[in-house]
Each structure stands twice: as C-alpha cells, then as structure tokens.
Design a protein around this ligand. Structure first.
Ligand code: HEM
Length: 151
C-alpha cells in the first residue's frame, strides 16, 4: 500500500510541478516572443482553464496520499524532520495555489472575457510571480523529500 501511495504522490507531483516548469520556463517566453498582448492573454486564459483542472486533482491526490503515508508511518509522533518539512512546504504550496486560483485566475478570466487587456495583463503578472514562487518551493520540496532520507 505504501508503494502505491508513493506512486500516486509522485505522479501528482510530476503533473503539478512539471506543469508549472513548462508554463514558466518554456511557454511564457515563447508566447511573449510570438503573440501580441490580446492573443497572449487569450492563450493563457485557455491554458490556465485546462491546467488548473489537473492541478486541483494533483493537489487533492498529493494531500490524501501524503497524509495516508504519514498514517502508515504511525502518525505524526516521531516523524522524521524531512517529512515535517515536506508537509509544511506542501501546505504552503497548496495555499499559494488556492490564492492564485480564486484571487488571480478567476478575475483574470473575467477581464479576458470582457477584453479588459490592461487589467488582464496586470493580473497575469501577479500569477507569473506566484507560479514562479510555487515552482521554486516545489523543486525545493522534491529535493528535501529525496535527500531527506540521508539526514
Ligand atoms: C501535505 C503535503 C505532503 C505530505 C503530508 C507528504 C508526505 C510524504 C510522505 C509521508 C512520503 C514518504 C516518505 C518516505 O517514504 O520516506 C512522501 C514522499 C515524497 N514526497 Fe511528499 N508529502 C507532501 C507534499 C509533497 C510535495 C508538495 C512534494 C513535491 C513538490 C512532495 C514530494 C515527495 C517526494 C519526491 C517523495 C518521495 C521520496 C522518496 O523517494 O521516498 N511531497 N511525502
């Protein structure tokens, strides 16, 4: 059961963190080089609407599999430091994502629908910074999870 939970955990993290990596490092500069602002904003609106569906599923599965593994390890008492760190960083990533979705993406989608390009552009700037932050925390969490065994 532990290895099955770890598989679900890792596949969800690959989708979430891998998706943020592609969006931030590959798609963002490519769209800026090729598309004019209105087209670029419409592209991101479509990208977010599809990617965030997968992120909701990934966040749910990371939390359920993570807490279930803690239960299999006998609960929170005597948990190794690296799992406590992963739990903290995982919850911070989840809170940042929930903020991005409700406080940034929902208004961004409304601005794009109403073709309010300056307001949409400003909101995209905020989303970019927060996705950059969550990508950094995600890569750090994977590092903690992998190197944590040896500490
Ligand atoms: C609330 C959130 C989370 C909890 C409770 C949690 C808990 C756990 C637990 C108990 C394990 C098994 C550790 C072991 O077998 O030694 C694990 C493995 C792992 N977790 Fe998390 N995790 C959470 C979030 C995350 C996040 C957000 C990431 C990455 C962005 C992550 C990355 C990993 C990785 C890479 C492993 C595999 C480590 C190995 O190779 O054994 N976890 N997690």
């Amino acid at each position: 059961m532990l290895s099955f939970m770890k598989l679900i955990h890792l596949l969800s993290i690959v989708v979430w963190v891998g998706g943020m990596f592609f969006a931030y490092v590959v798609l963002r500069p490519s769209a800026a080089e090729v598309l004019q602002p209105p087209e670029r904003l419409k592209l991101w609106d479509k990208v977010f609407s599809k990617f965030f569906n997968w992120v909701w599923l990934a966040v749910f599965l990371v939390l359920v599999s993570g807490f279930y593994m803690i239960y299999l390890f006998g609960g929170f008492a005597n948990l190794p430091l690296y799992i406590n760190l992963m739990l903290l960083m995982g919850l911070v990533m989840t809170l940042i994502y929930v903020y991005v979705f409700f406080k940034c993406y929902v208004p961004f989608n409304r601005h794009v629908t109403k073709q309010e390009w300056p307001a949409a552009g400003a909101m995209l700037g905020t989303i970019r910074k927060l996705v950059g932050l969550n990508l950094t925390i995600g890569l750090l969490t994977i590092t903690v999870a992998e190197l944590g065994h040896s500490f």
